[in-house]
Design a protein around this ligand. Sequence first.
Ligand SMILES: C[S@@+](CC[C@H](N)C(=O)[O-])C[C@H]1O[C@@H](n2cnc3c(N)ncnc32)[C@H](O)[C@@H]1O
Length: 307
Amino acid sequence: MSKSNHWSEYWKSGVQTSLPSDFKKNYDGEIYAFWEGRVDDLSSGDHVLDVCTGNGAVALIISEIALQQNKSIKITAIDISEINTEFIQKNVAQKVWSQIDFISHCPLADIAKHVDDKYQLVVSQYGLEYTDLNITAEVIFNLIQFGGELAFISHSVDSDVFKYMQTEQSIYQWLSDIGIISTLSDFIGARISANGLKNTLLSIVEKNQPPINFHGQTLLIHWQKMLTMLIKNNNHTIKNEKDNLKKFIEAHKAAKLRADDVVQVGQKLSDKKWNQEISSVGFRCLEDKPIIYQGTNVAGHSYRYIK
Ligand SMILES: C[S@@+](CC[C@H](N)C(=O)[O-])C[C@H]1O[C@@H](n2cnc3c(N)ncnc32)[C@H](O)[C@@H]1O
């Protein structure tokens, strides 16, 4: 599975944001307020580009605010992965999504193949840190009109998402190390029978207690339910579950790659100079500060640069 495919799998699952347990419908509070400030600065006729859009969260916020402010803004939203436009159209009012041109399978480095516009404002959220700024900082610079702005929110090294994802990564690794993933793959690939599956899983579960820091984690609970179902059901029922099990394992592999991606980004952000390329290509920094959500949680870091 490639880097973009695991994000495609994630967006296909029908989520609006990359932090669905905190922001189900869309980002709100201080994050919404940051984007509101950016739309305040726009005029009718301006073009906006949202890069690393995912399922379009920020593009949709900007579209909604522009409508409230009676501004006619052209919005383009791109992502390297497959944007789930079907989900967006079901989840969001038509007048909001219909103002946005979504472009899937568009790596930021290759964006010139997909768009030939110049933008007043380029935005991104939890996105630029996933790209190679040695390449993409200049790409963005070339997309912006003189006097235009790059505004983005990155993850923050202090945010809980990294601790959470690190624990998830350890759970994925543990499930693999104790042989659960390979046993399920053997059953899916018809290398062991339903009875063989049950006996092997039972023996693995009896021999391996999950480490204490995994207790109560949603991911582990999810797996425990699945394993209990497989061990307790009869062979006929388990055979009928094979297709579901295959999907479950595929989703598990995609989620593991996503956790790896996020943890790697956390390591990148721990270098305070992670975004120095942006200034190096000619942008001037206007804002560089943490976003404190509801006065307590660090939800990210906001940056504004002018060309
Ligand atoms: C954490 S998600 C953020 C999505 C959305 N902006 C949000 O705030 O919910 C990161 C997104 O960046 C995309 N991405 C990563 N590298 C990219 C690249 N080089 N070009 C375009 N998109 C990229 C991924 O496919 C993924 O959808």
